[in-house]
Write a new protein. Structure first.
Length: 161
C-alpha cells in the first residue's frame, strides 16, 4: 500500500503543531499553571497585580507561539513550496521541489493527533505535520499506514475527525 498527498504549510498549521508541542511539555504546563494560579490569587485577594500578571503569563505563550509560527513559515524556504509526502511499506518520503528525504518507520519517535493534524515525530523536536485538511479522504489510509508500521506504544491518534 502507498499513500501520497501534498501539504502547503501555513501559519495556522504550524501554530497548531507548535501550540500542541509546547503545551504538552513540562515548561508549557508549568507556565500555564502559574498563570492560572496568579489569576486565582486575584480572586482570593482582589489585588490587581495578580490578575495583570496572570493574564500576561497565560496569554503570552500562545501569542508568542503564533508569532514564531508566522516567522518560521515566512522565513523557511521549504514552506514556500508544496511538500509532497509518500507513505509506503518502508517509511515516509518527503519531496520538496527536486529534493527528497526518506525516513524508515522504525526510526520514528512517536505519532500523535490534534484536532487539525496528525504529527509524526522524527525525533524529540522535529516532526512531519500532516494537516487533516490537506489529506482529505486519504486520512483513514494515512492513519492505517501509521498504525500498521509503527510500534503501537508510539502511536496516540485518537480520532479521524
Amino acid at each position: 500500500m502507498k499513500v501520497e498527498f501534498d501539504v502547503k504549510m501555513t501559519t495556522a498549521k504550524m501554530y497548531d503543531y507548535m501550540l500542541m508541542h509546547t503545551l504538552r511539555s513540562f515548561s508549557g504546563i508549568v507556565g500555564e499553571a502559574v498563570g492560572i494560579m496568579l489569576i486565582a490569587c486575584f480572586f482570593a485577594s482582589y489585588k490587581w497585580l495578580y490578575l495583570i500578571a496572570g493574564v500576561i503569563v497565560v496569554f503570552y505563550l500562545p501569542v508568542a507561539l503564533y508569532m514564531n509560527a508566522k516567522k518560521q513559515v515566512m522565513l523557511n524556504p521549504v514552506f514556500k513550496q508544496i511538500l509532497h509526502y509518500t507513505l509506503d511499506e518502508e517509511g515516509i518520503t518527503i519531496k520538496v521541489g527536486e529534493d527528497s528525504d526518506s525516513q524508515k518507520w522504525s526510526d520514528m519517535h512517536k505519532a500523535i493527533s490534534t484536532a487539525k493534524s496528525i504529527i509524526i515525530y522524527t525525533n524529540k523536536i522535529n516532526a512531519c505535520i500532516f494537516p487533516k485538511s490537506d489529506m482529505g479522504d486519504k486520512l483513514p489510509d494515512v492513519v492505517r499506514m501509521i498504525s500498521t508500521h509503527m510500534d503501537p506504544k508510539k502511536v496516540t491518534i485518537k480520532t479521524l475527525n
